[in-house]
Design a protein. Structure first.
Length: 211
């Protein structure tokens, strides 16, 4: 029972972290765009030496570098959360089969870390200082690969959400079965316990027989 709770906790943290990472990446771009459009007075003096396009490229390069760093750290954290969840599920007999779903999620994460993220990092750094209005096949390749990465991430979260739903339903069924068994035992005790009225009449009959 404790293993299933630990698995639900780790899996929930994994899914929540994945959603937060998508939010943080979008917020980094929004922050860079906000500083580019209306920089604070201290930053405006520093950025005034750069042209408009150069300023934009520098700001978005810094935001993208932060996002790339977060993705690398999050990849390692996902592996830790995934292995912890798989072990917790495998240690309990009822949930041992569901550790295969965690294994699938880990395979998707490993594919992202080993195959997609290195290419995304390389392509991203290649286009960070390419003018936005300039046509770039590398940029198109980057966006296509980003869509693949997002699709794999969504697939991973769908598998995780399904596992959480199954574990919650399993817990509900176990609680219902325990409640039914407890009620059945209590009803058996009530049925086997003699009625006070019958006990009184029985004792009266014995006294009459003796007299």
């Amino acid at each position: 029972m404790h293993h299933r709770r630990i698995a639900c906790f780790l899996l929930g943290g994994w899914l929540l972290g994945s959603i937060l990472m998508l939010f943080v990446s979008s917020q980094n771009d929004d922050a860079a765009d906000s500083v580019f459009r209306s920089p604070p007075p201290q930053a405006a003096k520093l950025l005034s030496t750069l042209k408009g396009e150069e300023r934009r490229m520098l700001l978005f390069y810094m935001a993208n570098e932060a996002s790339r760093s977060y993705e690398t750290i999050w990849g390692a954290m996902q592996l830790a959360l995934g292995f912890g969840t798989a072990i917790a599920l495998f240690l309990e007999r009822r949930t041992r089969l569901y550790s295969a779903g965690i294994a699938l999620m880990l395979l998707l994460v490993l594919f992202e870390i080993l195959v997609i993220l290195p290419q995304l990092d390389w392509l991203g750094r290649s286009i960070d200082f390419v003018p936005w209005k300039l046509e770039s096949p590398v940029r198109n390749q980057y966006w296509n690969l980003s869509a693949v990465y997002l699709g794999i991430d969504v697939m991973k979260m769908l598998v995780g959400t399904g596992l959480v739903a199954v574990l919650i339903m399993m817990r509900t069924r176990i609680r219902g079965a325990r409640r039914d068994s407890t009620e059945g035992e209590e009803s058996e005790v009530v049925l086997t316990r003699p009625n006070p009225a019958q006990r009184k009449s029985g004792s009266s009959g014995q006294h009459a027989t003796r007299s």
